[in-house]
Write a protein that binds this ligand. Structure first.
Ligand SMILES: NC(=O)c1ccc[n+]([C@@H]2O[C@H](COP(=O)([O-])OP(=O)(O)OC[C@H]3O[C@@H](n4cnc5c(N)ncnc54)[C@H](OP(=O)(O)O)[C@@H]3O)[C@@H](O)[C@H]2O)c1
Length: 272
């Protein structure tokens, strides 16, 4: 299958590229600042904010599958308008679209969220992700929109880097004991996205890990896996920090998990 990974140089994008190559796909991938290093992949620079460039690339590659894993947390145009640009180009050229979204579309007021819950974002990032979902759903109703949570790898995610840095005195700060998410391993996430891509399912899916854990518990799990002293990790309460944003957001993935062979392992398992 001819597959285009938009944002192929990112944390999730790199794993998607790797699994697509391993699965025998013909892979093209995009980056904004620096190409990825996976061999056998056609790397192209692409700025999603430039609609004509998005159309030109998709017209040139003619992918049968596009996975959009690109975003920029503080940039509405990349995250929301860019997602619409991809959906427009794919709907014009034809092909399957999987769009990656986030638990940030929820405020946390209800704590538990399944695929039927309506977004109620309380941050600009969450609003941009919710706007992207709306645009993708309107332009490409057959697309899969997959919401995920904190993405953890085998050492290369920002969350793991933060834990290393806190545990070794490289940075100051605290891991919150009340800030709860459902972290997912990047390999499970990529496999689930590719499974959904190969299916006939459409619309919103929740693809997160099975365990709800606080950032502090996650830090302890990462520290133990990496042989670091978890006792050195500073803790605190987000509720006391005054930081804006959702506190406790748990994606209920039961419906999506029933549709998948890939098991969405919880953090206590994949870090255990
Ligand atoms: N990481 C998490 O914990 C988390 C949690 C929930 C949801 N998500 C969602 O998961 C998806 C993947 O996240 P990630 O952590 O893998 O992201 P990431 O590592 O930050 O990678 C982002 C990718 O987007 C590209 N990009 C940035 N601005 C762009 C632009 N204007 N035009 C085109 N490409 C652009 C980057 O290219 P360069 O690297 O070349 O700059 C990179 O390839 C996103 O949709 C995100 O919202 C992530």
């Amino acid at each position: 299958m001819r597959t285009l990974i938009v944002g192929g140089s990112g944390l999730l994008g790199r794993e998607l590229v790797r699994q697509c190559r391993a699965g025998g796909h013909e892979v093209a991938a995009t980056y904004l600042t620096r190409p990825g290093e996976t061999p056998g992949v056609t790397w192209s620079p692409l700025d999603l904010r430039r609609r004509e460039d998005v159309h030109a690339l998709i017209d040139a590659v003619r992918p049968e599958l596009v996975v959009n894993a690109a975003y920029r947390q503080a940039d509405w145009t990349t995250t929301a308008v860019g997602a619409a640009n991809v959906a427009l180009a794919v709907s014009r050229a034809g092909g399957r679209l999987v769009h990656v979204s986030s638990d940030a579309v929820f405020s946390g007021a209800a704590v538990h969220y399944d695929e039927t819950c309506v977004p109620d974002p309380i941050t600009p990032y969450g609003a941009a992700k919710a706007a992207a979902e709306t645009a993708v759903g309107a332009i490409s109703p057959a697309a899969v929109v997959a919401r995920t949570s904190l993405i953890i790898g085998d050492g290369d995610s920002p969350q793991e880097a933060l834990v290393r840095s806190l545990a070794t005195g490289g940075s100051s700060g605290a891991l919150f004991t009340d800030d709860v998410r459902c972290p997912v391993h990047v390999a499970d996430l990529a496999a689930a996205l590719l499974e959904l891509a190969a299916s006939e399912y459409r619309g919103i899916h929740h693809v997160a890990g099975a365990d709800a854990v606080s950032r502090y518990e996650l830090g302890l799990l990462i520290a133990r896996r990496d042989g670091l002293d978890g006792g050195l990790l500073p803790s605190g309460r987000r509720a006391d920090s005054g930081l804006p944003g959702p506190i406790d957001v748990r994606l209920d993935c039961a419906m999506t998990q029933r549709r998948l062979r890939t098991e969405l392992r919880g953090a206590r398992r994949f870090l255990g």
